[in-house]
Write a new protein. Structure first.
Length: 300
């Protein structure tokens, strides 16, 4: 039998916890509040860590601490490691039953996932899928407390993250029939210049993406109204306030009932929808079963 190589010396755990908190929160004060310690204790632990490695992990930008390039890479790995430990501890404490914390764009959760939640739970009877609505969709790398995240066109490749595409989607401008007729939207995209564009902070690039992917010259709207969430922007479109860009999955019933019309049709979003999981978790039984269910539900 071959001998195991001795474990490499690791930095002190308290120093790693302080570093992780500062990297995530962006300030020593916020990190100290999170950890329940004095600011001086956080500074001391950062000094311990920098002495351990012999290199700078942060640099000063005025009064702000900014991660160096190496510091950022290390912070990503530390966050992933703490996330793995937290999830392993929760799974161990839970015994046979597993809980998956799934971050989901709030609009997508309402219009697509929640109507299917009973089917999802039936497919994973020994797993509690905890749906966490996300007003602003962010990478899983920024959420060590989540097990996975569903992302739409917002997905960008990230280190140590595996993305499993499970559904295609189409999107396009929508408005009430009366507003579409009043603006003459059916005549051409140029008519959008007289419209109020409805946007959302949770999916801020939808209009830009639609113009780019449809090949149309971006319109100079009469006005733009921004809402916190895509659901609110679509709700405003239903009331005739303006024109919103909507994923087809969100408003298919509205189109069927003629509550909304899509004067230019819909174009396919190349990114579709993906389940983002940490590469170290991707082959875990619960994650494989969740991905399989999403792929099957997305195809129906």
């Amino acid at each position: 039998m071959s001998e195991r190589s001795p474990p490499q010396r690791l930095p002190p755990m308290n120093a790693l916890r302080a570093f992780d908190a500062v990297a995530r929160r962006g300030s020593i004060l916020k990190a100290a509040d999170e950890l329940g310690v004095a600011r001086g204790a956080v500074r001391q632990q950062l000094a311990v860590l920098q002495t351990f490695f012999g290199i700078d992990l942060f640099q000063r930008d005025g009064r702000r601490l900014v991660l160096t390039e190496k510091g950022r890479a290390f912070a990503d790995s530390v966050g992933i490691a703490f996330g793995i430990l937290a999830r392993a501890s929760a799974e161990f404490a839970a015994g046979e039953r597993r809980t998956l914390r799934l971050g989901v764009p709030s609009a997508f959760a309402v219009w697509w996932l929640m109507p299917r939640i009973a089917d999802l739970q039936a497919a994973l009877p020994d797993v509690d899928v905890d749906i966490i609505p996300m007003a602003t969709v962010e990478s899983l790398a920024l959420h060590p407390d989540f097990d996975a995240v569903i992302m739409g066109g917002e997905y960008r490749p990230a280190r140590d993250i595996t993305a499993i595409r499970f559904m295609e989607d189409e999107f396009g401008p929508v408005a009430t029939p009366d507003l579409a007729a009043r603006l003459g939207l059916a005549v051409g995209v140029e008519a959008l210049a007289g419209a109020v564009a409805l946007t959302s902070r949770s999916a801020s690039r939808l209009w830009d993406d639609w113009f780019a992917e449809s090949g149309h010259v971006p319109a100079r709207f009469a006005r733009t109204r921004e809402f916190e969430d895509l659901l609110l922007a679509i709700g405003a479109a239903r009331s005739g306030v303006g024109v919103a860009i909507a994923p087809r999955t969100a408003i298919v019933d509205d189109i069927d009932r003629r509550t909304l019309v899509a004067p230019y049709g819909f174009i396919r979003r190349p990114a579709g929808y993906s389940l983002s999981v940490r590469s170290s978790d991707a082959k875990g039984t619960a994650f494989v079963r969740l991905a399989d269910w999403l792929v099957g539900a997305g195809a129906r």
